[in-house]
Design a protein around this ligand. Structure first.
Ligand code: 6PG
Length: 241
């Protein structure tokens, strides 16, 4: 029997509405988790789509001292770099919030990528290794090419990978090519995953993943343990004509 979760999709008229709905749902999911366990592990997405959602969540009414923050991927740039996914979170979600430093676990971006990946693997195993899930909630975006986190098409997806973190190289059309990414194994051992996808440029990739289940696209293979939900705007997922 296939016990993978059904794919839930929610389409909102605008990016603003998507961001508000996603923020509300994320706050509710984290609060629900903390009602039944001491700590909640959240993996953050990078890119630009989640910015407004993160800004809204900076005023979330949750126990900041009981949430640990991780990343699904990172660009191999200093954490203060404007293209850093840690920089995105620090200037939105964590802006003005007293988040305990030891609850924020950025991916290391100095040194050889394979060593940085191994170090983050150690961080994840140390914090999450003895739990039923890796992350309680993983937030993800979608590239127009169907990539998610920094798992790009035509890279070896290692669906049953023993590793949770690997170095990857983005295609040439990406300004920053050297990345670290959580593997599908790590993402799919999460309890729940939320995709936040906005804009007409993502329309074809959304269709390829949600309607065609295109196996060449990494996002198609994301199947967290208990829940998979897509937050979309109409530009990315027009209502059937
Ligand atoms: C990254 C992200 C990546 C992102 C998509 C969508 O580090 O680039 O993790 O997977 O979510 O590329 O990016 P946008 O939200 O900017 O469209």
């Amino acid at each position: 029997m296939d016990d993978t979760p059904p794919v839930e999709t929610e389409v909102y008229p605008t990016h603003d509405a998507l961001s508000r709905a996603a923020a509300e749902r994320i706050e509710a999911a984290v609060t629900d988790t903390l009602a039944s366990q001491d700590l909640c592990a959240v993996a953050l997405a990078g890119g630009s789509t989640p910015r407004q959602t993160y800004e809204l969540l900076s005023s979330a009414d949750w126990a900041w001292d009981r949430i640990h923050w991780f990343w699904g991927d990172e660009r191999m740039v200093p954490h203060g770099h404007p293209e850093s996914n840690v920089h995105l979170a620090r200037t939105t979600l964590f802006d003005g919030v007293a988040v305990p430093d030891d609850h924020v676990h950025p991916m290391p971006t100095a040194g050889p990528p394979d060593q940085a990946a191994a170090r983050y693997e150690g961080t994840l195993r140390r914090h999450l290794g003895d739990r039923d899930y890796t992350f309680d909630l993983v937030l993800l975006g979608l590239g127009a090419d169907g990539h998610t986190a920094s798992l790009f098409p035509d890279t070896d997806l290692h669906p049953d990978d023993s590793a949770w973190v690997r170095p990857t190289t983005a295609p040439t059309d990406h300004a920053i090519r050297q990345r670290l990414t959580c593997t599908l194994a790590a993402l799919n051992q999460a309890r729940a995953g939320y995709f936040l996808v906005s804009g007409e440029s993502k329309r074809n990739a959304v269709r390829a993943v949600l309607d065609d289940q295109d196996p060449s696209l990494p996002a198609t293979h994301v199947r967290p343990t208990r829940q998979l939900r897509w937050f979309l705007d109409e530009a990315a997922r027009p209502h059937a004509a």
